[in-house]
Structures are given as structure tokens and as C-alpha cells.
Design a protein around this ligand. Sequence first.
Ligand code: AVI
Length: 374
Amino acid sequence: MTTATPVSLNEAVLHEALSGLTAKPQKTLSPWLFYDDRGSQLFEAITDLPEYYLTRTERALFATHADDILREFLSPGAPAGAPATQAFLSPDLFTIAELGAGSATKTGLLLAAATRLQPNLLYQPIDVSASALEAAENLAATIPGLRVQAQVANYVTEPYTLQHPPASNPGAPQPALSLPKGLASETWDPQDARTSNTPGLRSRVLALYIGSSIGNFAPDEATAILRRLRSHLQPGDALLLGADLAPSAHKPISTILAAYDDAAGVTAAFNLNILHRLNRDLDADFNLDAFAHRARWNPVDSRIEMHLESLIPQAVHISGHRIQFFEGETIHTENSYKFTGEALDTLLTRSGFTPTRTFHDPTRSFALTLAHTL
Ligand code: AVI
């Protein structure tokens, strides 16, 4: 596993804390600060909460559609229900990468389906939390044929790499493709991709950015993240984007709000952990009992906002700086954007992807969109 140096991470935390907490009129802290080891554990706990429908809905989509997703990646336009068989693959022709992989529990469903198609599959999870990535690495023990190459990196602020490793036997002639009837691709010819743009045969990348992590960034930042990801990809590669959907007749705002303000208080602990982190990493003196978790729906921007509200007038000290709070003043810690289908298409297109197919749950709460790099 490769790791970022703690010094640069601490500098980034300090920079983020000082710029955010001196911002006017609204104090902010960026959500990547949540994910130290404890924050990652709290987030894992959130994903098991009854109110937090996002994870189980996305997991159900993987359970139902893993083969459909792989077929659409490998052969865009193939009819639904056609089996994704090994007949249209030669060994080691694709690899799966994941931004913000965490412990990769949902991804396991897709990886298991992928290793049935292609033994010796390389999985490249990238995450800021080394402890979460250890769980992702353990997938290799439970999914036969899986190789895991993890990278510790904050994919927003730090460089990362995505490998297109050479296929197992790049020099050898590739077996002729025999596509099952109905699986022939009209939009992408694998034979062209094999012989174009790189000397020797390189594997195709399916990049996952799931869990609605994209929703934690403002539209411009989200576009920048996806464009950067796009710059690591080549023609024939694809992105699978998981996003939470906007309220609708089947999805009341109250359902969304409850997901961010659970009865057991796990989300509150997750939110407050950001202050705990600043105390630990920057020797700050936040009194965690003097702040409270708040979740609000912002209809104009179609997003949940999480805030930490100061319950009293108070001053906090961070690395020699004094930050004043009035009673009721908030630190805006997170946005969680909820997308319409149109907004997702616009985001993907702006970022250099062509959305080809979207998988929904029955109540259209959540979407997994496959988008190609044509
Ligand atoms: C990681 N991200 C998609 C979560 C979300 O739903 O926006 C973070 C989270 N914040 C509070 N609960 C979960």
C-alpha cells in the first residue's frame, strides 16, 4: 500500500481549518476532514443505520445489476438480460479502480462478478484512510482471483495514479472475439481499442466513483474531480458514478433529512468528529459539548447541509489563532447534493464522459450511471 506523508496531511488540515474558520459570513470546514480513521469508522456505522437508505439501496443495485454493469462497460448497447459471458473477453483485459473506496464492501459484489468473467482481476482502491483500505485489501482473501493494489491518497488534494497494466500476454496474438448474438457493440469496437493509441495491449479501466461521494462537492468541484479522473482514462475506459437522487413523489424530503439526523446520534458523532480531529491534529481547544449537529434541506441548491452550531458565545484557539463564535453561529461542514437525472447527465457530459445507461432502484432513490470515454 502506498501512503501520503503525515506532515503534508497536517499542513493541509491546518490550511483548511484556518481558511474555513475565518471565512465570512459563513464559517466552513471541508468534508474531507471527516475521514481520519475514527471518522471513517463512524461513516461505516452510518452506512448500517436504518435511516441511511443510500448504502443499502446502492448495494441492492450492485446485487441485481453487477452483470448488467459489466456487460454495458464491456459492450455498450448490449441488450438487457443478455448474459455477460467470458466469450467476449480475453484474460486480463480490464481492471477496476475506485476513488474513495473505503472498505469497499459494496464493490465486492461487482468484483466477484468481474472475477467470474476475468480471473486474476486487478482492483485499485484509492482512499484517504489507510485503515479502511486494509479492509479493501482483505477482499482478495474472500474473492478468488482478485488482486488488490491499494493507494492511500486524498483524491481531491493529492496526486493519484490509475494503472492500465499490460494485459497478461501483450506480445501474443489475442484470441478472436466471439460476441454472443446480440452483444455486438455498435458504439465501441474492442478490436480498435486493442490496437489504437498505445503500443502493446493495455487493459481497460472501469473507474468507480460510488456511494454518492460526488454529492459532497459543489458543482464546479465535482466537475473538476471528474475531469481529473477523465484525464487518467483512455478511450474504451468508463466511469460508474453512484449518486443519490433529488426528492420526488416517491421520495419525500423527510426521508432524506432522517438519513442525516438519525435517532441513534451516529451522524451527530460523525459531524462532531471533525472538531475532535482539529483538537488532535492542530492542538485546537474546541469544547465538543458546546456545539450541536444540525441537518437542513436546502431546496434551492437541492442539497442537505450539515452544520455544527455553537450553543454559546465562545472563542476557540487553533495554532495561535483565535476564532470567535456567537451563539447560534454555525460551521457549515458538508453539503450532500441530490441529483435529478438531467443534472447528472449535465455533470458527466461537462466532465468529458458520455452517459450510456443508468440503473435505478424501484422508487428511483438512487442511481448508478455508466458513462464512457468515447
Ligand atoms: C460520503 N457521503 C456520500 C455521505 C453523504 O451521504 O453525503 C457522507 C455523510 N454525511 C452524513 N452522513 C453521511
